[in-house]
Design a protein around this ligand. Structure first.
Ligand SMILES: C[S@@+](CC[C@H](N)C(=O)[O-])C[C@H]1O[C@@H](n2cnc3c(N)ncnc32)[C@H](O)[C@@H]1O
Length: 275
């Protein structure tokens, strides 16, 4: 991909998610973060909501595609409504990551902050949860949600997941919910996850993943890049990429077929304790 194409795609993604955040920050009748994400040329797996991809399994507005309930009954109780309304994930990385008291967690592409706030609860006051997002409007929303939740152990940083604004070996766990498929440089994301993890640290990620036989053209036919599916890695590409970055104990498990050949998936891996 040329530098120009990559920059153009990233700006398209940023503008789409800025509009999704504004739908929550400045509510208008009939406009939701999910409907914005699926609107216009950015619609993902097809032209109807029933074919939708990210956002389809939002905590508040499940419309098909991915699983209907990303979060367990009661799991989002007590969170600011705006954090739940802005949920645009395709899984529940908190459930995948098995977080413990005192751990330091990083959420890649933290959006309105739902998974950072849930992580912060899980790791408690002796732990910490960071979110990184490149979209100013999402950061504004996430910071407002953290303030309204009274969460003292969270921080949202502006940055790109291909060049994370965190030092080496600074977090125990990296989570992410339906974001890596949007990246124009996925090897850089995998390398950055490895860099910021402590030795022995782990990833617990949910993402959109293609079956191995799907060609890039077939993936593109499943929807636009912005809507998330066309940019997806295949299962083998994910496993190879994680191994190339240095991870061990890798697995990519399909959980729900969102469109023919395209799945929401759980991705797990470990940074070896001795690198
Ligand atoms: C599909 S939404 C998911 C948001 C959140 N994880 C959730 O589950 O609600 C994608 C988010 O990732 C951010 N994002 C996309 N590409 C990014 C990149 N390359 N670097 C940083 N953030 C990115 C967008 O701004 C947006 O907030």
């Amino acid at each position: 991909m040329s530098d120009q194409t990559s920059t153009d795609l990233r700006e398209e993604v940023r503008s789409k998610y800025a509009a999704a955040a504004r739908a929550v920050l400045e509510p208008r009748p009939g406009v939701t973060a999910q409907s914005v994400e699926l609107s216009g040329t950015g619609s993902c797996c097809g032209s109807s909501a029933a074919d939708s991809c990210c956002g389809a399994g939002s905590a508040s507005d499940a419309v098909g595609g991915f699983s209907d309930n990303l979060y367990r009954e009661g799991e989002t109780d007590g969170l600011p409504e705006e954090a739940v309304l802005a949920s645009l994930g395709c899984g529940n990385p908190i459930a995948v990551a098995d977080l413990h008291e005192g751990e330091h967690v990083l959420d890649l592409g933290s959006g309105g902050g739902i998974d950072v706030l849930l992580s912060a609860r899980r790791v408690g006051p002796s732990g910490f949860a960071y979110g990184v997002d490149m979209t100013d409007e999402m950061l504004t929303l996430a910071r407002a949600n953290a303030a309204s939740a009274g969460a003292g152990n969270v921080e949202f940083r502006k940055g790109e997941i291909e060049n994370l604004p965190l030092p080496d070996a600074s977090v125990d766990v990296v989570i992410s919910n339906c974001v890596i498929n949007l990246s124009t440089d996925k090897p850089a994301v995998l390398t950055e996850m490895f860099r910021v993890l402590v030795p022995g640290g782990r990833i617990g990620i949910t993402d959109v993943v293609a079956e191995d036989q799907m060609s890039p053209t077939e993936r593109a036919a499943a929807g636009s890049y912005v809507g998330c599916i066309a940019g997806a890695l295949s299962r083998a590409e994910y496993l190879d990429g994680l191994a190339a970055a240095g991870f061990t104990g890798t697995s990519v498990t399909f959980t729900n077929e969102a469109a023919p050949g395209m799945h929401s998936a759980i991705i797990r891996a470990v940074k070896p304790a001795i690198v």
